[in-house]
Design a protein around this ligand. Structure first.
Ligand SMILES: *Cc1c(COP(=O)(O)O)cnc(C)c1O
Length: 355
């Protein structure tokens, strides 16, 4: 008798729902926090030339020394700390969890937050504890500190700003968590280019702090590069779990070169922040619409009927994310990525017409 997946696949995996990515062909794609801008033409040519000369017949250098040196310079990573590179920060999350998944160990995070923390924790049989945010998405610091005391988490994730809510937490409260947590605390700064606030400068004060970032939200989602910075004693353990060739030759080359042009990326991020303000101003007066504070490249918007608005916008060629049903605090909420000027105009028209 041949066995079926139900007989052999681990229970944790059978219980998972596949990560669903909707088809966005021909749509204005405002569902995944991508950067709407193409690279300037001269930079496209520079990249093309670089790729033409790439040694794709060779394995990548697993230590990616040029890329790491560039990251260190451009992102002001202090000398005393090491860098872990990942195939997107999704992979970094996976590596951290796999490294710390002792039986019974706990992953702690605010709730709602980025779904991958929970997913990888589950797959690796860690216990996942979500601490509810307040209805306006602030940290409930008392509750969070109580949860730390009770569960003694091996790993705590703080998305800063948070996804899908968009806000930064109070710095003083994050510091209290850093002081109280016995285990590793990851500050996930995926939206750093838009929020401009960081705990990178505080690494020296907190030996168990890991600062994680990604290039995905600043125009390199397709390249897949994430990185984490922390004490060498931690990074060297995580690095054992990392697949040695996880960041490929082309990603290493192209990301290193694009980081030379970080001014271009920062200009685009500044433009997106300005557009975020304009989009907010246009959305706020709409009847029944609430726009939440955002320090990221998206807005969380509550509408009277998110299912109706989502479908109406989709029918008008604009794809956003409907969060209704994913968490009680996100009832009737849509997450709208800030796009280009033209995309935002289309988004606004579609949303108005779909209310
Ligand atoms: C988008 C996002 C990531 C994942 O980014 P990749 O580097 O593309 O894997 C991680 N954390 C948060 C909070 C995000 O929003």
């Amino acid at each position: 008798m041949k066995k079926s997946p139900n007989d052999l696949v681990r229970e944790e995996v059978l219980a998972l729902a596949a990560y669903h990515v909707p088809d966005a062909a021909g749509m204005v794609k405002l569902d995944a926090m991508e950067n709407p801008y193409a690279l300037p033409l001269p930079l496209q040519r520079e990249i093309a030339e670089l790729m033409a000369g790439a040694a794709v017949n060779r394995y990548p250098n697993p230590q990616a020394p040029e890329l790491k040196a560039r990251l260190r310079r451009v992102m002001a990573i202090p000398e005393a700390f090491d860098i872990l590179i990942g195939n997107g920060s999704d992979e970094i999350i996976q590596i951290l969890i796999q490294t710390l998944a002792r039986p019974g160990a706990v992953v702690l995070a605010p709730d709602p937050t980025f779904v991958m923390y929970r997913m990888y924790a589950r797959v690796n049989r860690m216990r996942y504890v979500g601490v509810p945010l307040t209805p306006d998405f602030r940290l409930d610091c008392v509750l969070f500190l109580e949860a730390i005391e009770e569960h003694q988490p091996a790993l705590t994730f703080i998305a800063y700003p948070n996804n899908p809510t968009g806000n930064l937490y109070a710095e003083s409260e994050v510091l209290r968590i850093l002081q109280a947590a016995p285990g590793v605390v990851v500050l996930d700064e995926a939206y750093h280019a838009f929020a401009k606030k960081s705990f990178m400068g505080r690494l020296a004060d907190h030996p168990n702090l890991i600062v994680m970032r990604t290039l995905s939200k600043v125009g390199m989602a397709g390249l897949r590069l994430g990185y984490a910075v922390g004490d060498p004693a931690w990074i060297s353990e995580f690095d054992k779990v990392r697949p040695p060739y996880n960041v490929n030759v082309l990603t290493q080359l192209v990301a290193e070169r694009l980081l030379v042009h970080v001014d271009t990326l920062n200009r685009q991020a500044a433009e997106i922040c300005a557009e975020r303000g304009r989009l907010r101003t246009a959305l706020e007066p709409l009847p029944g619409v609430t726009v939440f504070a955002s320090d990221a490249n998206f807005l969380l918007v509550r509408v009277p009927d998110s299912g109706k608005v989502f479908a109406g916008m989709k029918a008008r060629g604009v794809l956003v994310k409907d969060l209704h049903g994913s968490h009680p605090l996100l009832a009737q909420c849509l997450r709208v990525t800030v796009g280009s000027v033209e995309e935002n105009a289309q988004c606004l028209n579609a949303l108005r017409a779909s209310l």
